[in-house]
Design a protein around this ligand. Structure first.
Ligand SMILES: Nc1ncnc2c1ncn2[C@@H]1O[C@H](COP(=O)(O)OP(=O)(O)OP(=O)(O)O)[C@@H](O)[C@H]1O
Ligand SMILES: [Mg+2]
Length: 345
């Protein structure tokens, strides 16, 4: 706020009759003006009206993030564990050697976007609405494969500009599996172990990649666990991490197919999302009802969860769309309930 002091003082001095005042009054006026200016330009005041980039040394509150994840993210013990570990380590490291890069994988509707948003909100409270959080959708922002070079240039300059403005920028790349192969390699220099690239340091930024690639491999591993009578919560990261990184690397439609990001170990963590069971879908329905300010009606919870389709065909264990269509299905139930009540009145 450099303008406030510059504006107020000349304005006071220009006021007609002010020159006629004794030195004491002029001194007082200047004192009040500078106090006001100091107050207005104080970061606390300024940043309560305009979103500010976190100051140097900013840390993510991992305890608060853990509480949120425990309370709101269902059935994803591995994703929770990995993300918390990643974030705590990164955020508490005063001089990370590279930006944090997470690659989230899993079946539809299992919570990849949901977790990314929760995480982004812990860095920038406005979440996806923050000017420091950037969401790229492959099909929306990079639809034409023949424009690859243009997209690469645009992406580089967008990231460079935004990290220059705020080192704690968060970039989320959704639909990685629909991203043109090679596009993501354009950001490789920013993710690497460089102190600076053209005078800009990317080491405080967070890059999150989301995709369904590897979802089938995860599902198979989870089903194998179930078949062998083991608990879902017994699945450990090491049971999936390798399957995933190799599977994604060799999957032509992963967006990371033979990508130098994997090749050069630039992805810090592969985060697996497990397929959601009937009981998790019910948890999603309850959470949605509460979020709408309604009392939880177990009959409706059961009905919505039963309407979802489940795989494999025989066992019907995992929801085809995770929790994705819960909101829409609940809308229909609530519509029916409203019509029923109106008809009775
Ligand atoms: N594990 C979960 N815990 C709690 N809510 C969930 C979970 N998974 C999904 N949801 C709910 O379902 C909605 C849709 O999930 P989300 O968009 O995160 O899925 P996704 O994994 O990104 O799926 P897709 O691969 O299809 O994009 C979320 O906004 C959230 O309300
Ligand atoms: Mg998604």
């Amino acid at each position: 706020m450099p303008g406030a002091a510059g504006l107020l003082l000349p304005l006071l001095l220009l006021l007609p009759g002010l020159a006629a005042l004794e030195p004491l009054s002029v001194g007082l006026a200047i004192g009040v003006a500078s106090a006001l200016t100091g107050y207005l330009s104080h970061p606390n005041f300024y940043c309560s009206y305009v979103e500010c980039c976190p100051s140097a040394g900013h840390r993510i509150n991992a305890t608060a993030l853990r509480e949120q994840l425990d309370e709101r993210l269902f059935g994803q013990h591995l994703a929770k564990e990995v993300v918390l570990r990643a974030v705590t380590g990164f955020s508490h490291n005063p001089s990370p050697k590279k930006p944090l890069t997470l690659s989230l994988h899993g079946w539809a509707g299992t919570g990849k976007n949901f977790l990314s948003q929760l995480l982004a909100r812990h860095v920038h409270p406005a979440g996806l609405r923050s000017k420091f959080v950037h969401l790229f959708l492959a099909t929306l922002h990079f639809p034409h494969p023949q424009q690859l070079q243009l997209y690469q240039e645009q992406l580089q300059s967008w990231i460079r500009g935004n990290v220059s403005a705020c080192p704690y920028s968060v970039f989320i790349f959704d639909e990685m599996d629909k991203m043109h192969q090679g596009l993501i390699d354009a950001i490789k220099p920013f993710l690497d172990y460089y102190e600076q690239v053209d005078g800009v340091s990317y080491r405080k930024a967070i890059f999150i990649f989301l995709s369904n690639a590897g979802g089938d491999l995860i599902n198979k591993a989870v089903l194998d666990f179930w078949t062998s009578g083991k608990d879902r919560e017994e699945i450990q990261l090491k049971d999936l991490e390798r399957v995933l990184s190799v599977g994604v690397f060799n999957n032509k439609n992963s967006g990371l197919w033979h990508s130098s990001l994997i090749d050069r170990n630039l992805i810090d963590y592969f985060v697996p999302f497990l397929p959601l069971e009937h009981k998790h879908v019910k948890m999603c329905v309850r959470a949605e009802m509460k979020a709408r300010g309604h009392a939880v009606d177990e009959k409706v919870v059961e009905a919505v969860a039963d309407e979802m389709t489940y795989f494999p065909k025989e066992e019907k264990l995992y929801s085809d769309k995770g929790c994705k269509t819960v909101q829409a299905k609940l809308d229909i139930h609530e519509d029916i309930a409203v019509k029923y009540t109106n008809a009775k009145d």
